[in-house]
Design a protein around this ligand. Structure first.
Ligand code: ADP
Ligand code: MG
Length: 869
């Protein structure tokens, strides 16, 4: 340390407090990085690594970026999972005695990005804190770019996983005196791709967290937030605030409240179900091919984010669902109003994020203009809403505050097209501030005088090439070329000599210059002050802006749902508590929208808890089983999120949870065997399903040997049927034909198959679901379609014939239906499906003519038969 420059010492001291971040150390117009930070940053950012003290014994690696274009570099580091601590010079270098004072003013982390330009507009960027408590987990999520701050509690790992998938936070805070390792291990792949920050355990202490929350919101109790009785939630929220304080040194007044939500108010969707149903992302990644991708006709960023939330949290309350349907249906019907509303909203910028920027004092004049032009749309929106009848739209209309005062204040102050920078003037309108106006006129007059001076002086001196110019060093000056120097008058004072010209000033030129420059300095300062005052004034109205933004987001979602409903002919489903599901001519919303080659074939469905609880769906590969089952799940989910549905008609009894499991899905990347994953997921279903749940099982059991697979599939189905507390409506697709036998012994099991037509040994997919089990699986025909060699196909037919001959046992009872309780016939245990000895015995006995047998022959025969057995 002793041999170091004072600046390096200052650097190391600050760096020691931010050891987990890359320190951007402000040096004049650059941010410099040193040592390991420099090595990392130069690699990630692909910038040149240089060296301080080159050649000396203590070389210091170094790299830097210009501060005025630092945003993309910061964004890239954060994108790559680093934190960036921004260290600024906090005093004027000219005024500093010794080394300039420097401080970290902000730490940018993946979960706390405030530079919204680098974020997806239609996605929230969440920071989540998790806190284990007595039997329950506390969860808190914050989006600093909108001010949304929510808490909840959940009972188990499934609940945690579900929230993690729904919010998809970029960064997670955990208690971690052990470095968070135990929790990280336990949560496994649910944390993959997120920055995980273990914080000291004391950060999560209840008293501390509660005190911090009360202090932050300036209230005396947490009752108002609905979480006073949820210690886990309070502890998690406290950790978020602690982290916020550590990283954001400025104001965050747009975080106005904490809102508590309860998972039981919404349809429960576990992690695997969200993924399998491709709600917000397709299995192969990206929005395209997801439900969100199809439904998203929103025109604002806020609406886009809200639609994602609605998809992730379908409702359970019949009345609330109906009121959304009613609103959407009205907007479908009144298409002119719908179009006008969408056009009006199209001009509304991201009010939530603008508001956050205004509160955090990072908004520039362009942002205020964006706010203004958005608010200018509101009276029109409100008027259009006034002509609609549905109660929900009426409520929205009542709750949207047109914020005329804010709009007016901005529009009075800020010019229509202000510059990005705040410190060069040009922001404030004429007529807004008397002092500013006066200074401007002085500046204008001075400039006018100077402009006139050139022609005056040319005339006075007779120097035709005389010029009046300005530069930063000398200010205004008069330039005369060398050849004309003899004509220069007495009162010119020489300032500078160039190669072929000289520069002069005159007292009156300087007098005006002072006026102009003095005025301009003041102008810039006054404009900046006025702007800041206005920004603060608007920030005080942040609560109103947030509320209106939220209502406009809902309106945008309802309009989007109406738009897609209109485009794709959706209908309003009838909602009730019956537990029935009746869908007439239902379609898969995504496949019907995406498939170009094949017209989508609609299908009907009837399910209930009385006769049609468990539907076994068979049919060859590629027939459409998976599509049909997902379509049913999606129709239910869409209905409960408030959307109309792709069907001719639908009657939907509220579903409390949807489960979907797909056999042998590719989870190899997670290091678990596929079969293990399948079975864990199946266990989760059997433990959590209720008679109001909807279960979609797509070829489970596929991940193991055939006999194991059939046995497990069979017993899972029986369990779902036989246990009244589970008894969920279940769609069960299987290629194990044997399962169709369940319908023989179980009364609420029904067989369906997806029809195919055989034609010239080929199959044609009809895509129609019909009653009954499939006659056979057509696997060989499908193999043929796939182009397997002819010889292989022929041999497969032979083998199949052999196998099929053993399907029913002698009593006509399907083999697999037998068991200790369930089976009707009492028969001796079967040895194996391939056991053929009874037939050989019979064959041998048939051949015997007893009337010609000698006693010795009879004895030998008996011996032979015994051996056969
Ligand atoms: P399975 O699960 O029976 O193997 P899938 O559900 O995966 O079959 O469907 C196979 C293909 O058939 C899908 O790619 C889909 O595009 C198409 N398909 C499925 N159902 C329909 C339908 N009702 N109308 C039109 N095409 C369909
Ligand atoms: Mg399938």
């Amino acid at each position: 340390m002793t041999s170091m420059t004072p600046m390096m010492r200052q650097y190391l001291e600050i760096k020691s407090q931010y050891s987990d971040a890359i320190l951007f150390f402000r040096l004049g117009d650059f941010y410099e990085m040193f040592l390991d930070d420099a090595v990392t940053a130069s690699r990630v950012l692909d910038i040149t690594l240089t060296c301080r003290n080159k050649g000396a014994s203590e070389e210091i690696p170094l790299c830097g970026i210009p501060f005025h274009s630092s945003q993309p570099y910061i964004a890239k580091l954060v994108e790559n999972g680093y934190k960036v601590a921004i260290c600024e010079q906090v005093e004027d270098p000219r005024a500093a005695k010794g080394i300039v004072k420097r401080e970290v003013v902000r730490v940018v982390t993946p979960g706390l990005v405030v530079d919204t330009d680098t974020l997806q507009p239609k996605e929230n960027n969440y920071l989540m804190a998790l806190c284990p408590g007595e039997g329950r987990w506390g969860i808190a999520v914050l989006d600093i770019t909108t001010g949304e701050f929510r808490v909840t509690e959940t009972a188990d790992r499934e609940g945690l996983a579900s929230e993690l998938t729904a919010f998809n936070p970029r960064e997670v805070l955990l208690p971690g005196d052990d470095g968070g390792r135990a929790l990280e291990k336990w949560l496994g792949h649910h944390l993959a791709g997120r920055m995980v920050n273990p914080l000291p355990d004391w950060v999560f202490e209840l008293d501390r967290a509660e005190g911090q929350l009360l202090g932050f919101f300036g209230c005396s109790s947490l009752e108002g937030f609905g979480c006073a009785h949820l210690p886990g939630a309070i502890r998690a929220a406290g950790a978020v605030l602690h982290y916020l304080e550590e990283t954001q040194k400025g104001t965050v007044t747009h975080i106005r409240a904490l809102s508590t939500y309860h998972a039981q108010d919404f349809m429960v969707l576990d992690e695997a179900t969200r993924r399998n149903l491709e709600l917000t992302a397709a299995l192969q990644g990206g929005r395209r091919g997801s439900l969100l991708g199809v439904l998203d006709r929103t025109v604002t960023a806020m609406g886009g984010r809200k639609l994602r939330k609605w998809i992730n949290a379908p409702l359970l309350d019949v009345e609330r669902i109906r009121s959304r349907h009613q609103a959407v249906a009205e907007l479908v019907e009144k298409s002119l109003i719908r179009e006008d509303l969408r056009r009006a909203l199209d001009g509304v910028y991201d009010l939530e994020r603008l508001n956050a920027k205004i509160s955090m004092a990072t908004a520039n004049a362009k942002d205020l203009v964006a706010l203004r032009s958005s608010l200018e749309r509101l009276p029109g929106v409100l008027e259009l809403l006034g002509s609609l009848a549905s109660p929900l739209l009426g409520e929205l209309q009542a709750d949207v505050d047109p914020l005329e005062d804010v709009c007016e204040a901005v529009s009075r102050a800020i010019v229509d097209d202000p510059p990005f920078v705040l410190r060069e003037g040009g922001l404030i309108r004429d007529g807004y501030d008397a002092e500013l106006d006066e200074l401007r006129s002085i500046s204008r007059e001075g400039k006018g005088f100077i402009a006139r001076l050139e022609s005056q002086e040319r005339e006075r001196t007779g120097i035709g090439s005389l010029k009046v110019r300005f530069n930063k060093v000398f200010g205004y000056y008069i330039e005369v070329t060398k050849t004309q120097l003899t004509r220069v008058p007495e009162d010119y004072q020489r300032k500078q000599t160039l190669a072929n010209a000289e520069r002069f000033i005159t007292p009156s030129l300087k007098e005006y210059e002072e006026k102009v420059l003095g005025a301009e300095d003041r102008i810039v300062q006054i404009e900046y002050d006025l702007f800041q005052q206005l920004r603060q004034q608007v920030a005080l109205q942040g609560g109103r802006i947030q509320e209106s933004a939220d209502r406009l987001a809902s309106l945008d979602v309802l309009l989007a749902l109406a738009e897609i409903a209109h485009e794709r002919n959706y209908v309003a489903p009838q909602m009730d508590e019956s537990g029935d599901l009746v869908i007439e001519e239902g379609r898969h919303p995504v496949i019907e929208a995406m498939s170009l080659s094949e017209r989508f074939v609609p299908n009907d469905l009837v399910m209930d808890t009385r006769e049609n609880q468990l539907l076994i769906i068979t049919g060859p590969n590629m027939a459409g089983k998976s599509t049909f089952m997902r379509q049913v799940a999606l129709v239910v989910l869409m209905a409960q999120m408030g959307s109309l549905v792709p069907a001719r008609s639908a009657r939907i009894g509220i579903v409390d949870r949807i489960f979907t499991r797909v056999g042998a899905s590719d989870n190899l990347a997670r290091g678990q065997s596929t079969f293990m994953v399948e079975m864990t997921e199946a266990a989760n279903i059997l433990n959590h399903a209720t008679p109001r749940s909807l279960i979609v099982l797509d070829e489970i059991g596929r991940g193991t040997s055939t006999f194991d697979g059939i046995s497990i599939a069979w017993s899972v189905a029986e369990y779902l049927h036989d246990n009244p507390q589970v008894a969920a409506k279940t769609l069960f697709a299987t290629h194990y034909h044997e399962l169709t036998d369940l319908a023989v012994t179980r009364e609420r099991v029904k067989n369906y198959n997806i029809a195919v037509k055989e034609w010239n040994e080929q199959i044609i997919f009809l895509r129609k679901i019909v009653k009954g089990g499939a006659s056979h699986s057509y696997g060989i025909q499908v193999a043929r379609l796939a182009g397997l060699p002819k010889a292989v196909i022929e041999r497969a037919r032979e083998v199949l014939k052999n196998l099929e001959s053993g399907e029913y046992e002698t009593q006509g009872q399907p083999r697999l239906a037998r068991g200790k309780q369930g089976g009707r016939a009492k028969v001796a245990p079967q040895m194996s499906l391939f056991d053929s000895s009874p037939d050989l015995l019979r064959q041998r006995l048939d051949e015997v003519d007893v009337s010609v047998l000698t006693p010795l022959e009879a004895l030998n025969l008996l011996d032979q038969l015994k051996k056969l057995v």
